[in-house]
Design a protein around this ligand. Structure first.
Ligand code: NAP
Length: 249
């Protein structure tokens, strides 16, 4: 069974590693090529976009793929939509592996917003020294806010226009609660902005914000296309894959 594994997440790497040890699967992992020095999964890897739905359909046919596992980030909505459309048209099965979102705990002061634009306006209302942890995409939505000071954390430098008062911090998770608490204190951060990415690797900032009594603006996830098989964990993905494998002629 030939599987295209759409990646760019820790779960995708973990799944590639797990499936490599099982018989009967040939895996090709795919990365978008957005970051300069990605953590590469083991096994076969291709890098770069497919060229939209048409390009993906072509690639799936050329490479005789039997199943697509979309383990991209919960906010990679375009890739998920393209994969859903291409597999739908080809009649191929697809599994969406998406880790559960975060849930507020006692002591959290979260402001849930529908998108990055709403996060920009809500955070500017809430504070003066704002930690942006939304990655480098989307920071352009904050460019017009001239009053607050922003600490912009990303893996690679942002290319978008930035707010006039900012500092860039290049860093890659996972982060510890102690390190996140120190960061909040050192920069006198009074608002945290995050996407609802879920997962343990970047959750420490929310724990640190709770401990410091700092509000968090949390961007809701984009919707998942209807009709997809969605699983929350690598183990659940393995089970779903073996079920599809059992159905193959
Ligand atoms: P996106 O907006 O959903 O996708 C934009 C385009 O990038 C897609 O149409 C596709 O280009 C290409 N693409 C995305 N993921 C790909 C993959 N795994 N393999 C090949 N092409 C891919 O995606 P994004 O939000 O920019 O995310 C890009 C990558 O970064 C994803 O692999 C995702 O898992 C990872 N990532 C994203 C976030 C986030 O917050 N968005 C966070 C951490 C990691 P074509 O149309 O040309 O095929």
């Amino acid at each position: 069974m030939r599987i295209l594994l759409l990646g760019g997440t820790g779960e995708a790497r973990e799944l590639a590693r797990a499936l490599a040890g099982e018989r009967g699967y040939e895996i090709v992992s795919s990365l978008a090529g957005r970051i300069s020095d990605p953590v590469r999964p083991g096994g076969a890897v291709r890098i770069g976009g497919f060229g939209g739905v048409g390009g993906l359909r072509q690639w799936l046919g050329d490479n005789r793929i039997d199943l697509v596992v979309d383990a991209t980030h919960p906010f990679a909505a375009t890739m998920t939509a393209h994969a859903a459309e291409a597999t739908g048209r080809l009649g191929l099965p697809m599994i969406r592996l998406s880790r559960p979102g975060w849930i507020a705990a006692a002591g959290d002061h979260w402001h849930r917003v529908p998108d990055i634009g709403a996060a920009a306006s809500a955070s500017a209302e809430l504070g003066d020294r704002i930690l942006l942890t939304i990655g480098r995409q989307g920071v352009g939505a904050f460019a017009g806010y001239t009053r607050p000071w922003y600490l912009i954390r990303a893996i690679d430098p942002p290319e978008a226009e930035l707010p006039p008062r900012h500092e860039i911090l290049l860093a890659r998770g996972p982060f510890t609660v102690a390190a996140e608490s120190e960061l909040l204190a050192r920069h006198r951060i009074d608002v945290l902005v995050t996407k609802d990415s879920g997962g343990a690797a970047t959750a420490a900032k929310l724990t640190a914000a709770r401990a410091a009594g700092i509000p968090a603006v949390v961007v809701d996830r984009p919707p998942v296309p209807p009709g997809l098989t969605v699983v929350p964990t690598v183990d659940a993905a393995r089970t779903a894959i073996s079920e599809f494998a059992g159905e193959l002629p």
